[in-house]
Design a protein around this ligand. Structure first.
Ligand SMILES: [Zn+2]
Length: 301
């Protein structure tokens, strides 16, 4: 499967053909903490390996958004303990992928894991992402215990926290964004990545490019110029950054759709490439050819 090959290339640290090297890479990963407000913290893996994390810490306790991968979780726990002592009360999974929900088993005994209903389903199927499966079964502690199909609101550490599932299948079939309303900080999961390259669409679980476009348009409607955006991967972003990303996604979908309607095959569109204006998007995360393939396939879904 072509996308799978590209994905392995995109995440060097988890290259499936080199498990030993991957474990060594993970052993060297450090967690960097950045306070964003008096109660919200950004945690990132250095070098960039897993998805970004958010922590809400305060009088009600600790809430964690995403939890990296099992080998990294002792360092995540140590970083959280530096912020505030005590157990993690809630873990929210933005989606099921291994680099976001892969650490669930390390937190499931102490925390209530919260996710979209499809995340539990995908984890029970043994998926890491797409059609890539783990060996053996996940422990029960890795499974979300509180699931829902739409959205849910927490009242936690003195603020409203909206956990929103926009309705369209997008990066996966169960993506959430976590909007700390009073702090004006939103964690987008992988529906938005702030890296060079295009977004990944997990077609194997029903993700679609146009769904990602429409969901990010909805997110743009509810945030403002002061909102701090924690993308699934990459540095912090602003509304203007997300708008640019949305526009690139929307315009390139429209381009591929037009070419497809004109009777072009996916290979012909890949060969010709996107218009020159999109060269600046780069190819670090998902290269242009993989994005064209994802869009072309999505248009039939
Ligand atoms: Zn993902």
């Amino acid at each position: 499967m072509r996308v799978a090959v590209w994905m392995v290339g995109a995440w060097l640290a988890v290259d499936a053909v080199s498990a030993t090297a991957a474990e060594q890479d993970l052993a060297a990963v450090e967690i960097r903490t950045t306070p964003l407000t008096e109660r919200i913290y950004l945690l990132v893996t250095d070098p960039p390996t897993a998805g970004n994390l958010a922590v809400s810490a305060g009088e009600d306790g600790i809430m964690l958004v995403d939890d990296t991968m099992m080998p990294i979780t002792p360092r995540v726990k140590a970083a959280i303990a530096e912020i505030q002592e005590g157990e993690v009360a809630f873990v929210i999974n933005t989606h099921f992928h291994f680099d976001h929900a892969g650490g669930n088993a390390a937190f499931g005994e102490e925390a209530t894991i919260v996710a979209h209903s499809t995340v539990r389903k995908r984890l029970m199927e043994g998926r890491e992402w797409g059609v890539v499966f783990i060996e053996g079964e996940r422990p029960a502690a890795a499974l979300p215990v509180l699931t829902f199909d739409e959205s849910v609101t927490f009242h936690w550490n003195g603020e409203t926290v909206d956990v929103i599932h926009f309705p369209d299948p997008s990066h996966t079939d169960g993506d959430l964004v976590v909007f700390f309303r009073d702090s004006n900080v939103v964690h987008t999961g992988d529906q938005y990545i702030n890296r060079n390259g295009f977004p990944f669409i997990d077609l194997d679980v029903g993700g679609t490019a146009q769904g990602l476009r429409d969901n990010m348009a909805k997110l743009l409607e509810i945030i403002d110029d002061e909102t701090t955006i924690i993308p699934g991967h990459g540095p912090l972003a602003s509304k203007a950054d997300l708008q640019w990303f949305h526009d690139v996604v929307a315009e390139t979908i429209a381009y591929v759709e037009g070419e497809k309607r004109a009777g072009k095959t996916v290979e012909q569109i890949q060969e010709a490439g996107l218009p020159e204006a999109y060269e600046e998007v780069g190819s670090g995360f998902i290269p242009e050819a993989a994005w064209i393939q994802a869009v072309y396939t999505s248009l039939d879904m």
